[in-house]
Design a protein around this ligand. Structure first.
Ligand code: NAP
Length: 257
């Protein structure tokens, strides 16, 4: 129960969904966990829950805002010291056919899903280099490994996250810092609830049919749970995963191979 004792983990987008599950998993192993996100209420609620078993702090920042991200990292570093684990989880998935979406959809998907990862790594990496160890885990998606209709910008951003992961892993290979991506399939969070509502609105299908359209992508015929994603992240953050770097690990019931 204490394999991550002494580590300081920052989880972005920690207020709900997969990010909350990751924060809980890291805290369960004794890491100090900093919860970074946009919405203070949900972060405070999770911090109150986790503070019964571990030490947690909250920093509010939008990952598209470089100076807010820098201020958030300064705040958590002041509280818990150098960052040794970074989980880039904050993300958004807006959909539209390429010609219907405006430039702002493209800009926003790249800024949150790819730019946010870059900005947080720039803030955390100097601590890891100085400490001589570190773990960076980027929550990409199966949309980083294959294409899906109507989410061109999201797919492009997530493919970018995988390229960033591979390249940075090579750059840091001799520094005892690993960089990996975890690629969930459709998971049981608000993001999928929004996608189901969107399919219903666009196609007139009922909720069960709209949800089935998404679960049919997974050979196991179900949604992934946030906890399944979190357990893979936890493994990558542990000492036993020291030789795993530059990888993109699908947690998707066999959807991509
Ligand atoms: P979610 O339930 O919608 O939660 C997204 C989280 O990201 C929220 O905490 C949200 O904060 C935060 N966030 C969004 N934009 C942000 C920004 N600009 N700055 C800071 N925080 C921001 O989504 P999820 O399903 O847990 O997704 C987590 C990650 O998994 C994302 O990177 C997503 O692309 C990836 N993923 C999800 C699925 C899926 O099917 N659910 C599949 C593959 C990959 P607020 O609460 O303030 O909005």
């Amino acid at each position: 129960m204490s394999s991550l004792r002494g580590e300081h983990a920052v989880v972005t987008g920690a207020g709900r969904g997969i990010g909350s599950a990751i924060a809980r998993a890291l805290a369960s192993q004794g890491a100090k966990v900093s919860l970074l996100g946009r919405t203070r209420d949900s972060l405070d609620k999770l911090a109150a829950e986790l503070n019964t078993s571990t030490t947690t702090c909250v920093a509010v920042a939008d990952v598209t805002d470089g100076s807010a991200v820098q201020a958030a990292f300064a705040r958590v570093r002041e509280q818990f010291g150098p960052v040794t684990i970074l989980v880039n989880n904050a993300g958004q998935a807006r959909s539209a056919p390429l010609l219907s979406g405006d430039d702002s959809l493209w800009d926003e998907m790249l800024a949150v899903n790819l730019g946010g990862v870059y900005r947080c790594i720039r803030c955390a990496l100097p601590d890891m280099v100085q400490a001589g160890r570190g773990r960076i885990v980027n929550i990409a998606s199966v949309a980083g490994l294959t294409g899906y209709a109507y989410v061109t910008a999201y797919c492009a951003a997530k493919h970018g996250v995988i390229g960033l992961t591979r390249s940075l892993a090579m750059e840091l290979a001799r520094k005892n810092i690993t960089v990996n991506a975890v690629c969930p399939g459709y998971s049981d969070t608000d993001m999928v609830r929004d996608a189901v509502a969107n399919i219903q609105a666009k196609t007139g299908r009922d909720e069960a049919a709209a949800r089935a359209a998404l679960t049919s992508h997974n050979p196991q015929g179900r949604l992934i749970t946030p906890e399944e994603v979190a357990q893979t992240v936890l493994w990558l953050c542990g000492a036993s995963a020291g030789s795993i770097t530059g990888q993109s690990i699908a947690v998707a019931g066999g959807e991509v191979m």
